[in-house]
Design a protein around this ligand. Sequence first.
Ligand SMILES: *[C@@H]1O[C@H](CO)[C@@H](O)[C@H](O)[C@H]1NC(C)=O
Ligand SMILES: *[C@@H]1O[C@H](CO)[C@@H](O)[C@H](O)[C@H]1NC(C)=O
Ligand SMILES: *[C@@H]1O[C@H](CO)[C@@H](O)[C@H](O)[C@H]1NC(C)=O
Length: 373
Amino acid sequence: MRISNKNLLSTAKGPSPKCNIVTMKCSLRVFILFLVLLVAFLTSLFFTYTLTGVTNMAYLETQGVEDAHRVKLVPSYLGMQKLSKDLVGQKTCACDRCVGDPGVSQWFDEHFDQDILPLWTKANMKLDPDVYNWWVMLQPQFKPHNLKDVLSKLFLIVPGENPYSSWNRSRCRRCAVVGNSGNLHQSHYGADINSHDFIMRMNQAPTIGFETDVGSRTTHHFMYPESAKNLPANISFVLVPFKTLDLLWITSALSMGEIRFTYAPVKQFLRVDKDKVQIYNPAFFKYIHDNWTEHHGRYPSTGMLVLFFALHICDEVNVYGFGADSRGNWHHYWENNRYAGEFRKTGVHDADFEAKLINSLAEAGKIRVFRGN
Ligand SMILES: *[C@@H]1O[C@H](CO)[C@@H](O)[C@H](O)[C@H]1NC(C)=O
Ligand SMILES: *[C@@H]1O[C@H](CO)[C@@H](O)[C@H](O)[C@H]1NC(C)=O
Ligand SMILES: *[C@@H]1O[C@H](CO)[C@@H](O)[C@H](O)[C@H]1NC(C)=O
C-alpha cells in the first residue's frame, strides 16, 4: 500500500512536461498509469481485509471466545500480517521446500504456532497456569517445589538460553529425526542421515555397531532422567522433564550427585556437555498435545516431541526409524527379538493417531518419511 502511495506522489510531483495533475492536463498514458495504480491499491486493500477476516474467523472457531486466550489475539494477528506479506512468493529458507513457507498447507498453517518456544529458558521460566496444571499431573509428585527456585539453580549450571534464531532466507538447515524402530535394520540410511546439519536421536539410540543403518553423527539427544546416558562432547542433551524432580535431578547429576532415584534408579552423575544442555519446554509439550495429537493418548510420545521440535527449528525435516517395520513389528533396531516392542501398543500414547499425523505431515509436504525395512 505504502509503495503505491509513494508512486502516486512521485507521479504528481515529478517534473513531467506532459502532465500536470493539478490542472488536469494529462496525456492518455499517464492517465492509464494512474488508473492501474489505483486498481493495484484497491486490490491490495481488499486482500489485506479478506485475509484478516478469515484469520479472525478461524481464530474464533477454534478458540470459542474464551477470555483466558484473548491475549493471544495480538501475536496471532501480527503473525498473520507477516503471513499475508509472505504469501507474495517469499520463501522462509534457502532449501527447495521450507517447513515455514506459508500457504502450502492450510491444515498445517492453522495448527502451527511459531510463538511457542521449544526450549525452556531464563526468558520463559514462568508457565501459564493451564500449562503448569497439565504438566504437574503427568507424573504427580508429593513433594511440592518452587519451580522458579529450581529453574534458577539449574540455569546457573546450564545456559538456559535459546540458541535458535528464527527463519532466515539465506539458510537451509536440514534435520534428520531418527527414531529407534527396527525398520532401520538393514536400511543403509547411515550416509544419508550423516549428511544432515542436525541429527536428533532419543533415549537409548546406540550408533556404534549400527553406523551403516543409523549413521554415526548426533547433534541432539533427547532423554528423560530414567533413560539418560552419558554423551560424547559436542552433543546437545535435551532433557524432556515430566516433573519438577527431573529438573532437580539434572542439576544434581551435573554437580553434587545427591539424587539417585525418581520413580526408578537414575544416574547419579551424568557426563554430557554442560554448555549444550537444553530443557524441553512444557508449554511446547502441551501445544503438541493440544494442537497436533489432539488429546489422543495421555501425552505425546518422545518421537512426537522430537519431530515437532525439529519442525520448529529446522527448514527441512527428514524422518527415519519411526513406526513398525514392514511386518508390523515394533522392536528397536538394536534388538534381535522382533516381538520385543509389543507393550508399545498398549502404552500411554496413541500410536495409530501419531502414525496418521506423520502421514498428514508428509502429505502436507512438511516432512519426508523414510520407512526402511
Ligand atoms: C542467515 O543465514 C546465513 C547463512 O546461514 C548467515 O550467514 C546469516 O548470518 C543469517 N542471518 C541472520 C540475520 O541470522
Ligand atoms: C562440534 O559441533 C560443531 C557444530 O555443531 C562442529 O562445527 C564442530 O566440528 C564439532 N566439534 C567436534 C570436536 O566434533
Ligand atoms: C494451537 O495452539 C495455540 C496455543 O497453544 C492455540 O491458541 C491455538 O488455538 C491452537 N490451534 C489449534 C488449531 O489447535
